[in-house]
Design a protein around this ligand. Structure first.
Ligand SMILES: *[C@@H]1O[C@H](CO)[C@@H](O)[C@H](O)[C@H]1NC(C)=O
Length: 321
């Protein structure tokens, strides 16, 4: 129900008038929110999971599509006993010990009563998923963070989960060796001191000597009802560190825990409010930044957000699209 089909022309390495490349083409099922991408090891097929419809997912033979909707990852919702357990958000896909892991969030809009859950599958086929419920990352109004927007990274054999949205922004916790449960205490890795502290949707990626902490800044949604002031809409920022567990700074040297963040992608041309991003090391295109965006020619509703991606240029040591 969140998905509809349309086709846009394929236009690789699009115009650079604004300084930002236009998104590469997408055909087939291109409506997404909070996408995550993984390829299946057996046949290299791409799978794309996204918010809505108990985690919608689709597959394609290329990042360009055509994307074909498969269905819901957990059609019965999550076993996590919280409001929102039949409206799962912000999936994050990985391949660990011959199993496909998809972390997801259970919450409701504006609430801190949230938790991060895990579903696994051997194949990613429809109806092949086992829900494991909470991974022990939960929040309520007594916490500094909101336990949504999971993003797992492995660092020299140790797994860490990055998560968080608004309140005190982005947190990190060490996970157990199977990446199925938190095994330590959470600590803050990014914080914007002013206003509503609008940072969320982090994604950590290692390139060269650095861990890059991408996150989405600003207002994500409801653009058709309530248009944010210019510059307050979603955009993608980054900090980096030689450590995966802290000391992230932006290109000016400002700490990510003190409002730092260098803009990677923001509204330009027909692209409005890009965010909910991830990074994928694609065998054909190299490292790509993927995200959801509003195409101003299509519409501003949440269920009109489009799947976009661009190849990342790392030549300056900072990701440029
Ligand atoms: C926006 O949508 C229009 C109509 O489908 C399409 O022609 C255009 O290429 C799209 N622009 C972007 C940046 O996706």
């Amino acid at each position: 129900m969140h998905l509809r089909q349309f086709t846009v022309p394929v236009a690789l390495f699009g115009a650079l008038a604004s300084g930002y490349a236009d998104p590469e083409g997408c055909s087939g099922s291109c409506v997404v929110y909070d996408p995550t991408i993984i390829q299946r090891s057996s046949d290299s097929k791409y799978f794309r999971f996204s918010t809505g419809n108990e985690i919608s997912y689709a597959s394609a033979s290329s990042l360009l599509g055509p994307w074909t909707t498969i269905g819901s990852m957990l059609p019965d919702g999550s076993s996590i006993d919280l409001d929102g357990n039949t409206d799962l958000w912000a999936p994050d896909a990985h391949y660990i010990d011959d199993l496909y892991y998809v972390y997801y969030a259970v919450s409701t809009s504006g609430s801190q009563d949230s938790a991060i859950g895990l579903a696994t599958s051997e194949t990613m086929d429809l109806d092949s998923w086992t829900d494991h419920g909470s991974v022990g990352i939960q929040s309520s109004s007594s916490k500094y963070y909101n336990a949504i927007d999971p993003s797992l990274i492995e660092v020299d054999g140790t797994y860490y989960m990055n998560f968080g949205s608004f309140w005190d922004d982005i947190y990190q916790v060490e996970m157990n060796s199977a990446a199925t449960a938190a095994s330590g205490s959470s600590y803050n890795i990014a914080y914007y001191p002013d206003g509503t502290h609008p940072e969320e949707g982090s994604y950590m990626y290692k390139y060269g000597d650095y861990y890059y902490l991408f996150y989405s800044w600003g207002i994500c949604c409801d653009y058709n009802d309530d248009m944010p002031a210019s510059g307050q809409e979603y955009h993608i920022k980054v900090c980096r560190s030689t450590s995966a567990t802290g000391s992230f700074v932006d290109a000016d040297g400002t700490a990510c825990t003190d409002g730092g963040g260098t803009i990677v992608l923001e509204s330009h041309g027909e692209v409005y409010g890009p965010g909910g991003q991830g990074v994928y090391d694609d065998p054909t295109y190299g490292t790509v930044l993927y995200y959801a965006y509003t195409n101003t020619s299509i519409g501003y509703a949440d269920d009109e957000k489009q799947f976009g991606w661009n190849v990342i240029d790392w030549s300056t040591g900072w990701p440029v699209v």
